[in-house]
Design a protein. Structure first.
Lengths: 441, 85
């Protein structure tokens, strides 16, 4: 029988979707029975108490968790988040219930052996409750006590070759799509770049000194499966410069409704949507009207193509990304704590992604931005807020990037132009004597 | 790097003195607060010295989960304040 009555949580289980409440109840039962004979290092009934405190929060309409703490592992300023319950007498099992963030592998590839080892460790030294890849992207281990933190860290780093992730005013755990490992749309090796930058910026990941959180995310193509454009302070989105490669024969197979060429790679074939119509489903939906299909030939006006991926997604056997590939860098996305939510703004339209020179073109942009943000950013100010406060032009200055049309998001609304001295011929210096020849005091 | 930041003992003393002086009103500080102790130095250089002070257990981190702050080791809220040993 459950330790706490949870009528409000029980309602959540009645919806049509899988419920985390059911998962927690199951875990509470597993811990109570303990058929595997685990020597639990934190209270056996912690998950029961977790359900209890959540029920109480629903009843009261406010949280019963306190915020933060000094918990951590030695030498690291991130990866552990202190969580304390403010009703310890009612729920002693979750009085101290800290979160650990574990760096997820690039592309989120695991072996089952790894997952078994990780969950076994967490059953032993924690609550056994995990959140695989929540908003942060990390593996989240929910609920343990302070003495267990170093023990978990030791086992992970020594036995599992596994590091903690980022939290607090750190570089957060970089996250990527699976990129070239499985996806034909990948314009660069997102896993290689993610892995390189994770290693390159270990100090930024583990020893906090930023004004606030900072996130990198990597999408190998503009489909943006990781949603880096919305979820990261610096977003690396794959793109290309040359023409989309067109196989005209394959285009016509789509037009002829050849069953071996289902539109959208067959993603919508569970229902009859009628015959494929290239005009309606591809040409008319091109956001820049840069496509034509005439006399059984598809043409694309490359200078007007914004590489939205729609045509490629619909006819993947006929259209392929270009060959001259790299990535775009966008900056400043954030959630709506201050000034509302923002998507990333395009800073670098195209940059090579070159592992041979340790991605030097990319690291140069990153470090220039960090130097500016660390110097000028206010406490708890995200990069996107600093860009809003000091202006996109300032971002261009600190990164040494020349303004290009792709940086313009809308026509200017301010009629004044403020020139800088180095932008004006002769600067601000004037020969006063020469001036006085023509202008008396 | 300024002479103050370059001298480990002097830098540590400057940080501890400054934080102690402020300790009546607060015990946790943002990283940017250290810019006032080392006004002539770049943030990344300050970070190296402050990180060393954490490793030497002169300072300790406090984290809300989203933001990290620094405190003198043993000052302000501790594990024991939350009922932990």
């Amino acid at each position: 029988m459950a330790k706490h009555e949870t009528p409000l949580l029980d309602q959540l289980e009645t919806g049509p979707w899988p419920s985390f409440v059911s998962d927690l109840k199951q875990q509470a039962e597993v811990r109570a029975k303990n058929e595997e004979g685990v020597e639990f290092q934190i209270p056996q009934d912690c998950v029961d108490d977790l359900l209890g405190v959540l029920e109480l929060s629903y009843k009261h309409g406010r949280t019963h968790w306190k915020h933060g703490g000094i918990v951590g592992v030695f030498g690291y300023g991130g990866g552990v988040i202190g969580r304390y319950c403010d009703q310890p007498k009612m729920f002693p099992g979750v009085e101290h219930f800290h979160t650990m963030r574990v760096a997820q592998p690039a592309g989120k590839y695991y072996t089952t052996d790894y997952l078994k080892k990780l969950t076994k460790l967490w059953d032993f030294r924690g609550s056994g409750v995990t959140n695989m890849h929540g908003a942060t992207g990390d593996i989240i281990l929910l609920g343990t006590t302070t003495p267990q933190l170093e023990e978990v860290f030791w086992t992970m780093t020594h036995d599992y070759n596994q590091d903690l992730g980022g939290s607090g005013s750190n570089l957060r755990t970089p996250a990527d799509c699976l990129g070239q490992s499985r996806c034909e749309y990948a314009c660069y090796d997102s896993q290689a770049l993610c892995h390189f930058l994770t290693n390159e910026y270990q100090d930024e990941l583990h020893r906090p000194a930023f004004p606030y959180k900072f996130k990198f995310k990597f999408d190998a193509c503009p489909n943006c499966c990781v949603a880096s454009i919305a979820r990261s302070d610096m977003s690396f989105i794959g793109t290309w410069k040359d023409d989309i490669r067109i196989d005209q024969d394959a285009v016509n197979k789509y037009v002829e409704n050849d069953t071996a060429y289902p539109s959208n790679a067959g993603a919508h074939k569970g229902r009859d949507w009628g015959p494929f119509d290239i005009e309606k489903e591809v040409v008319a939906l091109c956001p820049t009207d840069c496509m034509k299909f005439e006399n059984k030939k598809l043409t694309i006006d490359t200078p007007n193509c914004t590489r939205c991926m729609h045509c490629i997604n619909v006819m993947p056997r006929a259209l392929k990304i270009g060959k001259d590939t790299g990535c775009s860098i966008l900056c400043g996305a954030k959630a709506p704590i201050l000034d509302g939510a923002q998507m990333g703004s395009l800073l670098v339209p195209f940059v090579e992604v070159n592992a041979d020179n340790d991605y030097e073109k990319i690291t140069e942009v990153i470090e220039n931005i960090w130097d500016w943000w660390m110097e000028e950013g206010k406490n708890r100010e995200r990069l996107g807020e600093l860009i809003m406060r000091q202006g996109f032009q300032k971002l261009l200055e600190v990164t040494g990037i020349e303004a290009v049309p792709q940086h313009v998001s809308y026509p200017r609304s301010n009629p004044y132009i403020f020139w800088k001295e180095d932008e004006v011929e002769g600067g601000w210096d004037r020969d006063v004597e020469e001036y006085r020849k023509h202008h008396l005091r | 790097m300024s002479e103050l930041l370059d001298n480990k003992e002097a830098a540590t003393k400057a940080v501890v003195d400054w934080m102690t002086k402020k300790s009546k009103t607060k015990t946790k500080f943002y990283f940017k607060d250290f810019y006032k102790v080392f006004p002539d130095d770049k943030p990344r250089l300050i970070k190296k010295v402050i990180t060393k002070m954490v490793q030497d257990e002169v300072l300790e981190y406090w984290s809300s989960g989203s933001t990290t702050m620094y405190g003198l080791k043993g000052g302000g809220i501790q594990h024991s304040s939350e009922g932990e040993e």
